[in-house]
Design a protein. Structure first.
Length: 191
């Protein structure tokens, strides 16, 4: 009987830990969602790494993007791989949590997504943000951001992933059971 109780207690603890830590980064406090917590512990998990690797494979390959007139696929070659940056992962984590409340490039407090960069002390030259919801794996979200079936106007994420000036990337996601999409992803880039 004692063994069964300990097993049940351990199983409940493990399930709770998985539920509350199923994200690439976790926030230390939820006291005020409008304040950025620059002391977030960054924990890069398997899904973030698979997203990162898939994006770098795409970025360093010979690929293309539409011109503004949607008439020519412009070749994009020779991009250097992104470096996964802890500070940018912190910013991405903040944005991923905010997406549960407000799935938009505008933050829940009404400010631009880029204010999360400056509040965390991260350089903005140049900066980009990709967001997504509903993708349960890093590979699937990375492939979604490729936007191969979209025209120029619909390839904003693709252009961010292929931007020549961007060298660093941060990626994070949160899982929010019972929310509209479940999984919320943010990717941010900077020079």
């Amino acid at each position: 009987m004692k063994r069964r109780f300990l097993f049940s207690l351990l199983s409940a603890f493990v399930a709770s830990a998985l539920l509350f830590s199923f994200s690439s980064c976790s926030k230390g406090s939820d006291d005020d969602d409008d304040d950025i917590d620059v002391n977030i512990d960054v924990n890069i998990d398997e899904q973030v790494l698979s997203c990162f690797e898939t994006i770098n494979t795409f970025r360093t390959s010979n690929t293309w993007q539409w011109d503004e007139g949607n008439t020519t696929q412009v070749p994009v070659t020779g991009r250097a791989a992104f470096v996964l940056d802890e500070d940018l992962c912190r910013v991405a984590s903040i944005r991923a949590r905010e997406l549960v409340q407000n799935f938009d490039h505008t933050r829940p407090n009404g400010s631009s997504c880029f204010t999360a960069f400056s509040e965390a002390g991260v350089s903005l030259s140049p900066a980009g943000e990709c967001i997504a919801a509903g993708y349960s794996t890093g590979v699937s979200v990375a492939n979604g951001w490729r936007e191969e079936d979209k025209n120029y106007a619909g390839q904003g994420h693709r252009r961010i992933l292929l931007a020549a000036g961007a060298t660093r990337v941060g990626i994070a996601y949160v899982y929010s059971p019972g929310s509209s999409y479940g999984y919320y992803w943010a990717l941010v880039t900077a020079q």
